[in-house]
Design a binder for this molecule. Structure first.
Ligand code: SF4
Length: 387
């Protein structure tokens, strides 16, 4: 039996060390996992003798900031295109950018690419947290996840699910993010139990599943929880209130104006964003910088990629939320004469461009769906829309 939970006051006063805190029973969690593990695509891969570290790494990177439901089909598609480390390392960035389009958080794809190149140059996939941290783009969470799941190292990767479980188990009242170091230490303490150390990968995945299926942000299913006997939040009736979070600052709004030029063949003008920064290395509809103040036509037009066209504003704005700000984009549209694209730009078939673009740009292009094609304003004819 796991030790009885201590009082909330004892746990929140910061007077005890993580090691001294009561530990929920790792065996109980593993037994629950053996019965209830989620059937996920990356768990269906051959697991003998251990999961392929490339696939573990890929799945963990894809799952950051992205739901399991969204990642599932994209994981399989990605592996069809890049089945192993060598194929990913050898791929041009454009191919990876196209494959990642729509998944968001594009720095992940850039890090994945840089990491693949570094890993492919090594004689073997690093198998410790320390060695994995030496690979470009592999942070503490991913290093711990790969080390535990692919190599059986006794470490606990701490994501939002694990933080939530730890905050509730120990009734940690300090709000996030200030509580992060303590919660990470508490979670790592669970790995001291022999049952957890015997199956580190399963133990970590059991934690992920517990947080995702029972210890959910709202209305945790405590009655089904294998760790309920040790849960201080449950004992105190605080499970719905924890973890506490510091109040977030409201996100500012930024504004951009973008230019959709269409040539007589129906192709659209695109460019690739700089490698670093937001949406780095991704295709975009060219536009103004994104700034705090809204753009007027007079301010935006000098920045058009092809000057002198009859640029017309489409009705409405596209909105996209980034982590630190909300973006509102207007779209100006013009028919361009036949000719080569200006330096730094390219003409592209609309369907191919849209497929390779990030979600923010797809939302911008969705403004077309309620507008007639360029050069056809006031002229009733069959609409040619970008798909
Ligand atoms: S008992 Fe409830 S709050 Fe505690 S860990 Fe289990 S699901 Fe979470």
């Amino acid at each position: 039996m796991p030790p009885a939970p201590k009082t909330q006051a004892a746990r929140t006063a910061g007077a005890e060390t993580p090691e001294a805190a009561a530990a929920p029973d790792a065996s109980a969690l593993l037994a629950w996992y053996d019965r209830q593990a989620r059937d996920l695509p990356w768990r269906r891969d051959a697991q003998v003798p251990r999961p392929d570290p490339y696939r573990v790494w890929l799945s963990e990177v894809m799952l950051q900031q992205t739901t399991v439901a969204a990642v599932g089909p994209r994981y399989a598609r990605f592996l069809d295109r890049f089945p192993d480390l060598a194929s990913l390392a050898a791929a041009p960035w454009e191919a990876l950018a196209e494959e990642w389009a729509g998944l968001g958080y594009y720095a992940r794809a850039r890090n994945l690419h840089a990491g693949a190149k570094a890993l492919a140059a090594l004689p073997a996939f690093p198998d410790t947290v320390e060695a994995l941290r030496g690979i470009p783009g592999i942070g503490p969470y991913t290093a711990a996840a790969v080390a535990a799941i692919a190599f059986g190292r006794p470490v606990v990767p701490v994501d939002g699910n694990v933080e939530r479980v730890a905050a509730r188990l120990f009734a940690e009242a300090t709000p996030l993010p200030a509580a992060k170091p303590r919660l990470a230490a508490l979670a790592q303490g669970w790995m001291a139990q022999p049952a957890a150390r015997a199956r580190p990968g399963d133990f970590c995945q059991a934690l992920f599943d517990l947080g995702a299926t029972l210890c959910t942000p709202r209305r945790p299913a405590c009655a089904l929880c294998p760790w309920m006997p040790a849960c201080a939040a449950r004992a105190a009736g605080l499970q719905q209130e924890l973890p506490r979070k510091a109040a977030k600052k409201p996100r500012p709004t930024r504004h951009g104006m973008h230019f959709l030029a269409e040539d007589p063949e129906g192709r659209i003008l695109v460019r690739r964003r700089p490698d670093s920064g937001l949406l780095g290395g991704m295709l975009e509809i060219p536009g103004t910088p994104w700034r705090d103040a809204a753009w007027t036509m007079a301010q935006a037009l000098p920045l058009a990629p092809i000057p002198g066209l009859d640029w017309r504003a489409l009705p409405g704005q596209a909105e996209h939320g980034f982590t630190h700000f909300e973006l509102r984009m207007g779209l100006l549209r013009a028919a361009a004469p036949a000719g080569a694209a200006p330096a730094g730009f390219a003409w592209m078939e609309p369907a191919a461009a849209r497929a390779a673009m990030p979600t923010a740009m797809r939302r911008l292009l969705a403004l077309l769906d309620s507008s007639p094609p360029a050069g056809a304003r006031g002229t009733p004819r069959r609409s040619r829309r970008t798909p």
